[in-house]
Design a protein around this ligand. Structure first.
Ligand SMILES: Nc1ncnc2c1ncn2[C@@H]1O[C@H](COP(=O)(O)OP(=O)(O)OP(=O)(O)O)[C@@H](O)[C@H]1O
Length: 317
């Protein structure tokens, strides 16, 4: 049976109709998406959406009922050994020997894993910023340090794909910020794909280049974040603080392709929908008509607001 089906060589992870049924209930239902080299992708969904189940199937901790997962073109279903050698994952808390140092724990892992060199140990500890902590016993580590050590260990065999289930759980804001920074660093410098689940929408927004939203085991939406959006073609909503909202509304109302969605003559705020490139023209017209402008800011729907709209108000924890 053939197992290698690569459509695009930069695709590291492919989910193809991935389904998990328990009894007659599908807890993951026909999930399909791809992740490319160097991408950090967030898997987002409310409690019980099926994030952990999806990740457990990807790394082969549980079987799949239908569909398949391909890692670097190798099927997890039919060619498990070849597929899984490309994966580093933390789905449950990583186990370490608490009375040994971080370094000795990594050495222990090296002894059990073929092809891990001392240089590689040094490289990954630098990547996750653990050079100093490595000499301390693991029992003295904070949760954040344990997480880092877990990620360092998961990277030792040079995987092409890193799977992290809720890696920011229990971390303080500083720990979360650090995690965010080194995940980005790992994706860039190692060129690996990272799939990370989280309840924290704000975290996913900052950490990932793309987010995949699931609910009740099904795909809801995927969205690119940050630089990948082209601002020129995007319809923006801006809010302006002006000297006279009524007058501003009159001036802007005459411009084609610009929609005034709100004008409040008490606060003198006006909200407008327009394209990025139309902003300078509007500012110039208002100024020419003697309308004072005190402030212009973009009104952005957060991922949370979008998520609430898409899932009919089902909250993320
Ligand atoms: N072995 C099982 N038997 C029966 N139901 C299960 C089993 N494993 C998971 N489920 C159910 O499947 C659904 C998805 O669970 P899963 O843990 O994958 O969700 P999740 O998105 O990771 O949620 P959380 O954010 O709460 O961890 C839940 O309703 C859960 O109760």
């Amino acid at each position: 049976m053939t197992t290698a089906k690569i459509t695009n060589p930069s695709i590291v992870l492919q989910l193809d109709g991935l389904t998990k049924k328990i009894g007659s209930k599908a807890i993951v239902d026909g999930l399909s998406f791809d992740i490319a080299k160097g991408e950090v992708v967030g898997l987002l969904g409310p409690n019980g959406a099926g994030k952990t189940t999806t990740m457990r199937m990807i790394v082969g901790l549980i079987g799949m009922s239908e569909g398949d997962v391909r890692i670097c073109g190798q099927s997890v279903r039919t060619n498990f050994e070849k597929a899984i050698r490309h994966v580093g994952g933390i789905i449950e808390n990583p186990e370490f020997y608490p009375y040994m140092t971080g370094y000795d724990n990594l050495k222990q892992y090296q002894r059990m894993t073929e092809g891990v060199t001392n240089d590689r140990i040094e490289e990954v500890t630098k990547l996750v910023g653990m050079q100093v902590a490595l000499g301390k016993k693991v029992k003295a580590y904070s949760l954040g340090m344990r997480q880092r050590l877990g990620i360092a260990q998961a990277l030792l065999h040079e995987p092409k794909l890193l799977i992290l289930d809720e890696p920011t759980n229990g971390l303080d804001p500083a720990g979360i910020k650090e995690m965010r920074e080194y995940l980005k660093r790992i994706a860039e410098s190692e060129g690996i794909a990272i799939l990370v689940s989280s309840h924290l929408l704000s975290e996913i927004e900052l950490m990932c280049s793309r987010v995949i939203v699931i609910q009740e085991g099904r795909f809801v939406t995927a969205r690119s974040i940050g630089e990948t959006e082209s601002p020129k073609q995007k319809v923006l909503t801006i809010s302006m603080q002006v000297g006279n909202a009524g007058q501003a509304q009159e001036v802007i109302g005459q411009i084609e392709g610009v929609e005034v969605t709100q004008a409040d003559s008490f606060t003198n705020r006006i909200t407008i929908k327009l394209l990025h490139d139309q902003i300078p023209g509007i500012v110039a017209k208002l100024a020419a008509q003697g309308v004072a402008i005190y402030r212009i800011e973009e009104v952005r729907a957060t991922l949370e607001e979008e998520f609430m709209k898409l899932t009919g108000g089902n909250r993320i924890a």
